[in-house]
Ligand binder design. Structure first.
Ligand code: PEP
Ligand code: MG
Length: 887
C-alpha cells in the first residue's frame, strides 16, 4: 500500500511528479527554512487512484487524519475549534502549472460556531471573521457543491445595491453576516442540502473536489493545448490559513526575482494592503508596486528581498512568488520557476551565466527555437483596439499591414509604386508567385500549413495567414466578406498576424525585429536581448553536430540564408524558376510536336536556367548547393482546362479558330490528371519528357564551370525527386553523367558534382539499400513522405478533417508540422540504416518543412542525419535547436 500524504517538511523540489509543482516547491521552501505556513501534500498518486477507482484509496482518510493531528499540534489549534479554530486552505497543484484551471478552497474549518472563535482570535474583528466565512461559503459552494458562481454574485450585488455600497469594502460586519446567511440559503436551494458544518467533512469534500477538477472541461482543453499528459493527476496542498485581510498591517502580493517581461535585473511585483490573493486576481482594488512595501513595512520588505535572493540562487533561475503579510509577519505561499517572455528568456539565461549560477550549456537549454522565432518576427502593437475580421491558420509568422489586393498583377503593380499590399486569395498556386513576392503578407481562405501559400510564404519569410474559412473571398468582385458581414474591398487596409492567425481591420502599428537586424549584419542594435541571442547562438554553433542548410531558389534568398548562418543550400526547387515570363517557353516545350520544336524550347530555357544557378553559386561560394531537378506536375504550367475550352469554343463559334489554342487544349487534355500529386511529377517527368533533366543538368554544370573560370568555388549537388526505385535513379544518373562528361570536355577541366536523390516515397525507403548503391546522398522530403505514408493530401487535409483529429487527440499536432516519429520517423530511421549499411559515407539530410521544426530537429539529430535544411528565416532556429539537441 502506497503512502499518500507528505508533510511540507518531508519533500523537496525534485518531487514534482509525486507532490505536484506547488507541493514540491512548498516543501523545498520549508526545507530552506523559509516562513511557509505549515501543511501537508496529498500526492498525485492518491488522485490517480481516486480517478481510476471512483473513490478515495482506503488508507487516505486515516493518513490525512494523522497529518492533520500533527499540524494541529504544531499550530496549537484544532481544525474548526469553536473557540480558537485552525483554518486551512486546500489548493490543487499538478506537475505542470495550469494557471486558474483547477480549484482552490480557502478558510476550511469555519462554521456557524468557529466563526465566533475567529472573531476572538482576530481581536474582535467581526467584519474580518464574517467576511472569511462568507468567502468559504461561496468558494465551497461553487467548487465543491457545483453551485454557479452567479448565484453568489447576485446575492452580494443585491446587498450592495440595498446598502448603496460601492465596493465590498463598504459592507459592514452585520452586512456580511447577513450575506453569509443568504449564501447558506443559496446553497440549500441549489443543492438540497446544508453547507456541511463538520470541518473534517469540509476538508474531505474539498480534497475530492480538487481531484475531480483534474477532469473538468477547461482543464482538459488546457492540457491538450499545452500538451500536458492527461493521466498525471493533481496533488492537493492543505496549508494553514494566514490572512492578508485582517487590517492595514496585513496584505498580499506577487513578485518576480527579475522582470519576466524584459529579463532586466531587479525585483518586480505588486502588493495589495488588507487583502487576500483572490482580490489581487479579481482586480477589485489597485495594487501598488512592490517597492512601496518598503515604506509600508520595511522589516517585511527587507526579509522578502533576502528570501527572493535566496530563492533565485537556490533555483538558479527567475522565480515568481506569492506571499502574504499577516499583522506584520511575512509568509511565503508559493514559489516556482517563473514563466517569461522570449526576450527575457535569452537575457536571463546569459546573465545567470555571468553571475556564475549556470554555464553556457545550461543557458542553451533554458531557451528554445520557438522563443527565438518569436523574436525574429515583426510584431503588432495594441491589436486589441481593432476589429477582428477573422481567424485562420498561423502559417508563416510575423505581422503585416497593407492594402488588400486580390490578384498577383495588382499586387505587383501597387507594390512597384511603393504601396504595401496584402495578397488575398482563396488559395494560391505557382502563378501567384509574382504577387506573393510583391506582397508584405498573404491571406487565403483555404488550405493548411503545407498549402502552397504557406510553404512559399515561409520560404520567403513572408507573413501568411491561410485557411481563414470565415472569409468569403470573391476574387472577381475584388473583395471579401466576413462572417459579420463586414466587406473589405480592394485597397482597404488590413493587418494580418501570422503568429496568431488573426486578421484585423485597418492598420495595426508594427515593430521591427532587432534580432533579425542583427542577423542581417546591422551592428547598431546593441540591445541586451540581441547581445544575449548572439552569445547563445555562438554556443549553439559550437555544440551542434547537425549542419544547417537552407531551402532557397534565388540568389537573394541564398544570400540572406547565408547571413543567417546557413552552411549551404539543401533544396533549390527549380520549378519556381519556370514561372513568370518563362512560362511560355515551358508551354512551347510541352506542346512541341517535332524534335526541332522540342529542342528549340529547351535551348531557349537553358541560358535562363544557367543564369539562375550562376547567381546562387555565387551567393553560396564554397558551400554545397543541392539543386533539385524539376518536380511538380507539368500541367501546373499550362492554362486551366475549362478556361481554355471556353476560349476555343468562342473562337470557333466566331469562325476565328486559332490552331495554337487548339493544340494547347489538346495538350492540356492529354496531361490532365485526376490526382496530380500521384501523377506525372518528379523523376517520372524526367523519364517521360526526355531532354528536360539533361537541359537542367547542363545549366547547373555550365554555371559551375563559369564560376570556376571566374575563380569561384561552386559545389553543385544534383538531386532527383520522387524516386521510388533504383532503376529510375539509375536512368537519370546515367543521363546526368553523360551531360557532365560533355560539359567537362567543353570546359577543358573537371567540374565537381555529386548526384543523389530525395527520399519521399515509402517505396524509396524500403529500397534505400539498392538506391544507395549509386546515390551519393539522400535528402528526406518529409512533406511528401508524410503525405504518402498517411495517405493525406498535404494541400487539403489541414483545412478539412484535421481539426477533428486534433480535437480527438489522434495526434497532438499536425504531422506536416512536427514529424510523426512513430510512423514517418520510423521510415526515416530505416532508410538511414539501410542506406548507410551499403554506403557508410552516404550524406544524409532533410529538406521537408520539418527541417525547421524544433521537435523534429531533435529527432533528426537522434537518427544521425548530417544536416537539416529549412527556409532561410528558420535557419537561426534550426542552429539553436541543433545546438540544444547536442548540448
Ligand atoms: C518534400 O516533399 O518534403 C519536399 C521538400 O519537396 P516538395 O515540398 O517540393 O514536394
Ligand atoms: Mg516533395
Amino acid at each position: 500500500m502506497g503512502r499518500y500524504v507528505y508533510d511540507f517538511a518531508e519533500g523537496n523540489k525534485d518531487q514534482k511528479d509525486l507532490l505536484g509543482g506547488k507541493g514540491a516547491n512548498l516543501a523545498e521552501m520549508t526545507r530552506l527554512g523559509l516562513p511557509v505556513p505549515p501543511g501537508f501534500t496529498i500526492t498525485t498518486e492518491a488522485c490517480r487512484a481516486y480517478l481510476a477507482d471512483g473513490r478515495e484509496p482506503d488508507s487516505l482518510g486515516e493518513e490525512i487524519d494523522r497529518h492533520l493531528a500533527l499540524l494541529e499540534q504544531t499550530m496549537g489549534r484544532t481544525l474548526g475549534d469553536p473557540d480558537d479554530p485552525l483554518l486551512v486552505s486546500v489548493r490543487s497543484g499538478a506537475k505542470f502549472s495550469m494557471p486558474g484551471m483547477m480549484d482552490t478552497v480557502l478558510n476550511i474549518g469555519l462554521n456557524d460556531r468557529s466563526v465566533e472563535g475567529l472573531v476572538r482570535q482576530s481581536g474582535g474583528n467581526e467584519r474580518f471573521a464574517w467576511d472569511s466565512y462568507r468567502r468559504l461559503l461561496s468558494m465551497f459552494g461553487e467548487t465543491v457543491l457545483g453551485v454557479h458562481k452567479d448565484a453568489f454574485e447576485d446575492e452580494i450585488d443585491r446587498l450592495k445595491a440595498e446598502r448603496g455600497a460601492g465596493s465590498d469594502l463598504d459592507l459592514t460586519a452585520d452586512d456580511l453576516r447577513e450575506l453569509t446567511r443568504a449564501y447558506e440559503r443559496t446553497i440549500r436551494e441549489h443543492t438540497g442540502r446544508d453547507f456541511p458544518q463538520d470541518p473534517r467533512e469540509q476538508l474531505a469534500l474539498a480534497v475530492r473536489a480538487v481531484f475531480d477538477s483534474w477532469n473538468t472541461e477547461r482543464a482538459t482543453i488546457y492540457r491538450r493545448r499545452e500538451r500536458i499528459p492527461t493521466d498525471l493527476g493533481t496533488a492537493v496542498n492543505v496549508g494553514t490559513m494566514v490572512f492578508g485581510n485582517g487590517g492595514m498591517d496585513s496584505g498580499t502580493g506577487v513578485a518576480f526575482t527579475r522582470d519576466p517581461a524584459t529579463g532586466a535585473q531587479g525585483v518586480y511585483g505588486d502588493y495589495l494592503q488588507n487583502a487576500q490573493g483572490e482580490d489581487v486576481v479579481a482586480g477589485i482594488r489597485n495594487t501598488v508596486p512592490l517597492h512601496d512595501l518598503e515604506t509600508i513595512d520595511k522589516a517585511c520588505f527587507d526579509q522578502l528581498m533576502d528570501i527572493m535572493a535566496t530563492l533565485e540562487h537556490h533555483y538558479r533561475d527567475l522565480c515568481d512568488i506569492e506571499f502574504t503579510i499577516e499583522h506584520g509577519k511575512l509568509w511565503m505561499l508559493q514559489t516556482r520557476v517563473g514563466k517569461r517572455t522570449a526576450q527575457a528568456a535569452f537575457r536571463i539565461a546569459v546573465e545567470l551565466v555571468d553571475e556564475g549560477l549556470i554555464d553556457m550549456d545550461e543557458a542553451l537549454q533554458r531557451v528554445t527555437g520557438a522563443q527565438l522565432a518569436t523574436l525574429m518576427f515583426p510584431q503588432f502593437n495594441s491589436e486589441h483596439e481593432r476589429h477582428l475580421l477573422g481567424r485562420g491558420m498561423n502559417a508563416s509568422p510575423g505581422a503585416a499591414v497593407g492594402k488588400a489586393v486580390f490578384d498577383s498583377t495588382t499586387a505587383a503593380e501597387w507594390a512597384a509604386r511603393g504601396e504595401d499590399v496584402i495578397l488575398v486569395r482563396r488559395e494560391t498556386n505557382p502563378d501567384d508567385l509574382k504577387g506573393m513576392v510583391a506582397a508584405t503578407g498573404i491571406l487565403t481562405s483555404r488550405g493548411g500549413k503545407t498549402s502552397h501559400a504557406a510553404v512559399v510564404a515561409r520560404g520567403m519569410g513572408r507573413t501568411c495567414v491561410c485557411g481563414a474559412e470565415s472569409l468569403d473571398v470573391d476574387v472577381k468582385a475584388r473583395r471579401f466578406t466576413t462572417s459579420d458581414g463586414t466587406v473589405v474591398s480592394e485597397g482597404d487596409v488590413i493587418s494580418i498576424n501570422g503568429t496568431t492567425g488573426e486578421v484585423w481591420q485597418g492598420e495595426v502599428p508594427v515593430m521591427a525585429s532587432h534580432v533579425v537586424r542583427h542577423f542581417e549584419g546591422d551592428t547598431s542594435t546593441d540591445e541586451a536581448t540581441v547581445r544575449a541571442v548572439a552569445r547563445v547562438m555562438d554556443h549553439a554553433d559550437k555544440r551542434r553536430r547537425l549542419g544547417v542548410h537552407a531551402n532557397a531558389d534565388t540568389p537573394d534568398d541564398a544570400a540572406r540564408a547565408r547571413r543567417f548562418g546557413a552552411q549551404g543550400i539543401g533544396l533549390c526547387r527549380t520549378e519556381h524558376m519556370f514561372l513568370g515570363d518563362r512560362r511560355e517557353l515551358v508551354e512551347h516545350f510541352i506542346i512541341a510536336e517535332t524534335k526541332e520544336e522540342h529542342d528549340a524550347a529547351l535551348d531557349a530555357l537553358l541560358p535562363l536556367q544557367r543564369k539562375d544557378f550562376l547567381g546562387i553559386f555565387e551567393a553560396m561560394d564554397g558551400l554545397p548547393v543541392t539543386v533539385r531537378l524539376i518536380d511538380p506536375p507539368l500541367h501546373e504550367f499550362l492554362p486551366d482546362m475549362t478556361d481554355l475550352a471556353v476560349l476555343v469554343a468562342h473562337e470557333d463559334d466566331a469562325g476565328q479558330a486559332d490552331s495554337k489554342h487548339h493544340k494547347m487544349l489538346e495538350a492540356v487534355k492529354r496531361m490532365h490528371e485526376q490526382n496530380p500529386m500521384l501523377g506525372l511529377r518528379g523523376v517520372r517527368l524526367g523519364i517521360a519528357m526526355p531532354g528536360l533533366f539533361a537541359m537542367q543538368t547542363r545549366a547547373i554544370l555550365e554555371a559551375a564551370a563559369e564560376r570556376m573560370t571566374a575563380g569561384g568555388d561552386p559545389r553543385p549537388e544534383i538531386m532527383v525527386p520522387l524516386v521510388a526505385t533504383a532503376e529510375e535513379f539509375e536512368l537519370v544518373r546515367a543521363e546526368i553523367e553523360k551531360v557532365a562528361a560533355e560539359v567537362n570536355e567543353e570546359a577543358g577541366f573537371e567540374v565537381p558534382y555529386a548526384v543523389g536523390t530525395m527520399i519521399e516515397l515509402p517505396r524509396a525507403v524500403l529500397a534505400a539499400d539498392s538506391i544507395a548503391k549509386t546515390a551519393q546522398f539522400f535528402s528526406f522530403g518529409t512533406n511528401d513522405l508524410t503525405q504518402m505514408t498517411w495517405g493525406f493530401s498535404r494541400d487539403d487535409v489541414e483545412s478539412s478533417f484535421f481539426s477533428a483529429y486534433l480535437d480527438k487527440g489522434i495526434f497532438p499536432v499536425s504531422p506536416f508540422e512536427t514529424l510523426d516519429r512513430d510512423g514517418v520517423g520510423a521510415l526515416v530511421r530505416y532508410a538511414v540504416e539501410k542506406g548507410r549499411a551499403v554506403r557508410p559515407d552516404l550524406h544524409l539530410g532533410v529538406c521537408g518543412e520539418h527541417g525547421g521544426d524544433p521537435e523534429s530537429i531533435h529527432f533528426f539529430d537522434e537518427v544521425g542525419l548530417d544536416y537539416v535544411s529549412c527556409s532561410p528565416f528558420r535557419v537561426p532556429v534550426a542552429r539553436l535547436e541543433a545546438g540544444r539537441a547536442s548540448a
